[in-house]
Design a protein around this ligand. Structure first.
Ligand code: S3P
Length: 164
């Protein structure tokens, strides 16, 4: 079995769907953000504030490649992992990539009380709109596309299972 890699904008449910999928398929789930926090010994807000975003992106690329090399697993990623072409290449090469999406309105609703995502600081709704525009098309490379808007977790997992 190949790695299954979940990508998508913040708030699309990658970690939650990954956990349910891991149970349904009997595969180990690894969360890239959690791995970064564990291996770097710092929270994501602390990494952004103290080391800066480029440092975080370097760590993200390094651990992504490493985890996919040692699979198979269900790897859930951070929304910005698609920003580097080298990451997209390694994900496509080493895994089956599933992109989750949701409507702008739904994402703002899901993220409005968030405090753990540095890129949303200063006003969630505006930041979500700006980043969605900046990242338009960035998740389109994934062969499996799942719109999660208004769907239950069970329905999403069944849909993915049927497409793997
Ligand atoms: C980011 C998404 C976050 C996390 C970091 C940066 C992004 O992960 O990696 O805050 O650039 O979209 P989630 O997508 O799990 O929120």
């Amino acid at each position: 079995m190949k790695n299954v890699v979940l990508v998508g904008f913040m708030g699309t449910g990658k970690t939650t769907v990954g956990a349910a999928l891991s149970e349904a398929l009997g595969m180990t789930q690894i969360d890239l953000d959690e791995e970064i926090v564990r291996r770097e010994g710092k929270s994501i807000p602390a990494l952004f504030a103290e080391q800066g975003e480029p440092y975080f992106r370097d760590a993200e690329s390094k651990y992504l490649a490493d985890l996919l090399e040692h699979g198979p697993c269900i790897l859930t990623t951070g929304g910005g992992v698609v920003l580097r072409p080298q990451n997209v290449e390694v994900m496509v090469q080493k895994g089956l990539v599933v992109a989750l999406s949701a409507s702008e309105e739904e994402l703002i609703k899901r993220l409005e009380n968030d405090t753990g995502r540095p890129l949303l600081a200063g006003g969630v709704a505006q930041r979500v709109r700006t980043l969605l525009a900046e990242r338009a098309g960035a998740y389109d490379f994934a062969p499996i596309q799942i719109d999660t808007t208004g769907k239950s977790l069970t329905a999403i997992v069944e849909e993915i299972k049927g497409l793997l």
